[in-house]
Design a protein around this ligand. Structure first.
Ligand code: ADE
Length: 249
């Protein structure tokens, strides 16, 4: 996948995209990234990219011309027309959207700033307005990194263990079960015995129980999206029937 990112602060991306999984995806040739500074596309003699809001009100608005010029210059050679704008007004980002975007060969992400972006950008250039949550950040750079990170780990070949993305929380509308590593006893707190048993069937069932229990307790609305197996129903009946403090098999 190739991704072009348009931002007023392209330098904030560099340390993160060079490290960890994003860095590895690039060295494996599975992801390439180009960072563009919106200011380079301003034709204003002061390289101005923002202006006051028509109708009044506080804060500045990103002007349309530099963004139109940038998108037209960058996207000219690209076939796919998936152009993302990060904005709190967008559709909520989730694992399903990450999966859909991970299947694209090309993405262009525009990072919003200030009070907003001139609406004609969303109207004429953008295919997807995306929000990463119901809170307001100072700019779209962190949302762009969140989106890029979530997408990159879903590109086939990026994660060493191909099954680990499929096992993620949310790939199945279910929160993940608890994980433990050595030591088996840390300051008197023990790893659940079943995980040390070597009995794969019991471990699988315990993990399923824990995942269902966490989802039921923390995000019950997710269970409505889950296709429940007979075993899930049986485990959920146990979970709902047991006082929280006793649920520890
Ligand atoms: N820009 C500012 N806040 C945002 C959010 N929550 N999601 C996406 N873009 C944003």
């Amino acid at each position: 996948m190739h991704c072009d990112i348009l931002s007023l602060f392209p330098e904030v991306f560099e340390p993160y995209v060079k490290s960890s999984i994003l860095g590895r995806a690039q060295s494996k040739g599975l992801l390439s990234l180009t960072l563009h500074n919106i200011r380079q596309y301003s034709q204003n003699k002061h390289l101005q990219v923002d202006d006051v809001s028509y109708g009044g009100g506080p804060g500045m608005v990103l002007k349309p011309e530099p963004i139109f010029r940038a998108v037209r210059a960058i996207a000219r050679e690209q076939k796919s027309k998936r152009v993302i704008l990060t904005t709190p007004q967008g559709q909520p980002f989730n694992q399903q959207l990450a999966q859909e975007l991970a299947a694209e060969k090309y993405l262009l992400i525009i990072c919003g700033r200030y009070e907003g972006v001139d609406e004609r950008v969303a109207q004429e250039l953008v295919t997807d307005e995306i929000s990463i949550g119901d809170y307001v950040l100072t700019g779209g750079e962190l949302p762009a990194l969140v989106i890029l990170d979530a997408i990159t780990r879903l590109i086939p070949g990026v994660l060493g263990d191909e099954t680990s993305a499929a096992r993620d929380s949310f790939s199945e509308a279910l929160l993940d079960y608890p994980h433990y590593t050595r030591p088996a006893d840390y300051e008197g707190v023990h790893v659940p015995q079943v995980l040390l048993s070597g009995n794969h069937e019991q471990i699988r069932r315990w993990r399923r129980y824990q995942a269902l229990k966490r989802t039921y307790q923390r995000r019950p609305e997710l269970l409505k999206r889950l296709k429940l197996s007979d075993e899930d129903r049986e485990l959920l009946t146990q979970i709902m029937g047991v006082n929280d403090r006793q649920v520890n098999i």
